[in-house]
Design a binder for this molecule. Structure first.
Ligand SMILES: *[C@@H]1O[C@H](CO)[C@@H](O)[C@H](O)[C@H]1NC(C)=O
Ligand SMILES: *[C@@H]1O[C@H](CO)[C@@H](O)[C@H](O)[C@H]1NC(C)=O
Ligand SMILES: *[C@@H]1O[C@H](CO)[C@@H](O)[C@H](O)[C@H]1NC(C)=O
Ligand SMILES: *[C@@H]1O[C@H](CO)[C@@H](O)[C@H](O)[C@H]1NC(C)=O
Length: 347
């Protein structure tokens, strides 16, 4: 186990050599030099244990094929949202909690607690729900890894991208009719979690809203990736209305503490190939396609034969696998997120 961890740490350190540092625009803005990250696979940079085997496909080929040309535990062919936000701040991508003991050099940049597959509630996956992730953050502060002073120049990035709903749909076939009550409970817990982060002392909290879930390849596969599945869009809209309301309530306005980061609009802009996203020629067709609906990108059979095929040009696709964007997809989407981050952090 220790040996495996060390190997991962080396792999991670290696991958970081290639991370391009962003250039922070000098200004009178709120100086942010630490990023604390919570949530799921849209921001996890290596916390999902490889020991989970094929469940942790992000540790197997072809994940990471574009960057750093080997798997790093990211559910993408390369960088994802966390890396772009860190680069925007002019810092390196924060060390994943799981390999923090081997990543001392990265501690000045914060820490990533996000674990693929998780939600605000337990999702039946890996049990590191949002509350547990914040518990781990609190423990790092209690242990003196980060001081109160450190927190003054920090920001938190939180991505909750739909695993709670996915889990509900597995438990309850009629879930679309029970969503309202579920959301009520979900947002009550979300509010508790976010207030806690603020109370711990993080001055700037960035919360993604829900992406256009009906457009992910697992929903569009029945139409050969031509049409987004519209039955979930009203649920997504309600979720996002609630995110906006909650952020306003917790502290919006000119000196905002909380930002609702509109990945929904950013994704749609790229999917519609808006100005600035023309290079994404295949907005709905994923790059890595499994042979059947019961297998996933990255799976092999007992003989080691691939149960998926990979496109030639990942940079022309928005989606990487059945759920996650490519590096090019995240890069294109980030261009639409940049202005609101700039305003929020006064950069
Ligand atoms: C989060 O996980 C912890 C540990 O498994 C559990 O005790 C807690 O009830 C969970 N919280 C929520 C909101 O699901
Ligand atoms: C999708 O493509 C396959 C193979 O080209 C074809 O057999 C099928 O009819 C198509 N389905 C739809 C819904 O267009
Ligand atoms: C979408 O919702 C409509 C109306 O509730 C329903 O008739 C239809 O079967 C649903 N489509 C799918 C593919 O589930
Ligand atoms: C915003 O916060 C800064 C720093 O805390 C403070 O100097 C400034 O007066 C505040 N502006 C408003 C409009 O509240």
């Amino acid at each position: 186990m220790a040996k495996a961890n060390r190997f991962l740490a080396l792999l991670y350190a290696f991958s970081l050599v290639f991370l391009v540092m962003g250039t922070r625009v000098a200004g009178s803005g709120h100086h942010v030099n630490k990023l604390f990250v919570f949530g799921d696979s849209y921001v996890d940079t290596g916390n999902l244990g490889r020991l989970l085997g094929r469940l942790a496909r992000s540790w197997f080929d072809p994940y990471g094929m574009t960057f750093p040309r080997k798997p790093t535990g990211r559910f993408s062919d390369g960088r994802l949202l966390t890396d772009y936000v860190a680069s925007f701040l002019g810092i390196r991508s924060p060390v994943p909690y799981r390999i923090r003991k081997f990543g001392h050099k990265l501690l000045p940049y914060g820490m990533n607690f996000a674990v693929a597959g998780t939600g605000i509630f337990d999702t039946g996956n890996y049990q590191s729900n949002l509350t547990t992730q914040i518990d781990k953050f609190q423990a790092q502060i209690d242990d003196g890894v980060f001081s109160r002073h450190d927190l003054k120049s920090s920001a938190a990035l939180i991505a909750v991208s739909g695993n709670d709903y996915q889990h509900l749909s597995e438990l309850d076939p009629d879930y679309l009719h029970h969503l309202h009550g579920f959301m009520h409970r979900l947002f009550a817990q979300f509010e508790v979690d976010l207030r806690r982060l603020s109370h711990i002392g993080v001055p700037k909290v960035i919360v993604t809203n829900l992406h256009p879930v009906g457009c992910i390849p697992s929903y569009t596969r029945p139409t050969n990736y031509t049409t987004c599945y519209s039955n979930v869009s009203s649920a997504v809209a309600e979720h996002n209305r609630r995110v906006d309301e909650l952020m306003q309530e917790l502290g919006g306005g000119s000196n905002a503490t909380f930002l609702s980061l509109d990945v929904h609009t950013a994704f749609l802009n790229v999917l519609h190939r808006a100005k600035g996203a023309k290079e994404i020629k295949h907005p709905l067709v994923p790059c890595c396609v499994s042979r059947s609906i019961t297998t996933e990108c990255g799976e092999i059979d007992a003989e080691g034969n691939r149960l998926y095929r990979v496109c030639r040009r990942p940079e022309e696709h928005f989606y990487w696998d059945s759920v996650h964007p490519t590096q090019a997809g995240w890069a294109a989407a980030f261009e639409f997120l940049r202005p609101s981050l700039r305003r929020f952090l006064h950069l």
